[in-house]
Ligand binder design. Structure first.
Ligand code: CAA
Length: 281
């Protein structure tokens, strides 16, 4: 069991990851840039735990015990005694590199450094540290408390011991880890994003309405959400970034982002988080 964890970044993914570790008994240091970000993360965790209490999946006392195991801080020094650090900062290589350089200097030699990146190369991230064998991808899915998968990504030099630690650690969280190699988009987004992109082409070309596209995929393929609803849920900027990583990294035009997706991102209509994407919220 992993007892001491740090999560870097308390956004949608980071706060969910912190919550899941704390729900399974770990002490969590949640590191973010300022107190307002930490307060937002704690508010989101409180809200998610509230849903679980309402559904009688845990008691109010258990929920407050979970919250008490999460310490919010702006001090990277809090990662010094951790066994595992999971990074969940914005999807930009420069930001991730800066975080991993700091973590490499501060954390103990045995500490494993994981990234929740959805498409940035684990090998590139690992190369900024002096411990590439102890760097790995731990890709959780949104909403983290509900989704079973952890896509475990092995970088070029990730050791068997590191992969084993993360696989066992994910199982201890009640998740199902599945291992993939470090190629652009790994498996999840290499398969998911072309489907979402094609749905956006269908909308742009007038093949069907947004509702019809989503209904066809929901009812016909038993997907819980249609692809346009899912794109809004993930964030259209995130979808565009991942498609660009696929196109550049694999070099095949089949990953070219739909011009309508590019236009919506340029307009700032990023999905649920901005109140407007393919749908209005
Ligand atoms: N915290 C706690 N509980 C939550 C929750 C949260 N954040 N979000 C949802 N739930 C719970 C609800 O309380 C509800 O519980 P019960 O089953 O006990 O009633 C359950 O989850 C289902 O929620 P809802 O009834 O509100 O709605 P739903 O049935 O439509 O399910 C959903 C919501 C789980 C999000 C479902 O629509 C779904 O699975 N959607 C697809 C999600 C998906 O594909 N995620 C992957 C995105 S890609 C990604 O994350 C990675 C990337 O790299 C881009």
């Amino acid at each position: 069991m992993i007892e001491r964890v740090a999560v870097i970044g308390g956004g949608t993914m980071g706060n969910g990851i912190a919550q899941v570790f704390a729900m399974h008994g770990a002490s969590v240091q949640l590191v973010d840039v300022d107190d307002a970000a930490i307060a937002r993360a704690k508010g989101a965790i409180d809200g998610s735990l509230g849903r679980l209490v309402k559904k009688e999946k845990m008691t109010a006392d258990e929920a407050s015990a979970v919250l008490s195991r999460i310490d919010g801080t702006t001090d990277f020094g809090a990662t010094a005694d951790r066994q595992l650090v999971v990074e969940a900062v914005p999807e930009r290589l420069e930001i991730k590199k800066a975080v991993f350089e700091k973590l490499d200097a501060i954390t103990g030699q045995d500490c494993i450094l994981a990234s929740n990146t959805s498409s940035i190369s684990i090998t590139k991230i690992a190369a900024t540290t002096k411990r590439a064998d102890r760097v790995i991808g731990m890709h959780f899915m949104n909403p983290v408390p509900i989704m079973k998968l952890v896509e475990v990504i092995r970088g070029n030099d990730t050791s068997d011991a590191t992969a084993d630690f993360v696989v066992k650690g994910s199982e201890a969280l009640g998740k199902i880890p599945v291992v993939a190699q470090d190629y652009p988009g790994f498996v999840s987004n290499r398969v998911l994003m072309p489907m979402i992109n094609e749905a956006i082409f269908c909308l742009m070309e007038g093949v069907a309405t947004r509702e019809a596209i989503d209904e066809i995929m929901k009812l016909g393929m038993a997907h819980p959400m249609g692809p346009l609803t899912l794109a809004d849920f993930i964030g259209l900027d995130v979808c565009l970034e991942i498609l660009d990583v696929l196109k550049t990294g694999i070099g095949d035009d089949k990953y070219r982002a739909c011009p309508l997706l590019r236009r919506m991102v340029a307009a700032g209509h990023l999905g649920r988080k901005t109140g407007r994407g393919f749908y209005e919220y």
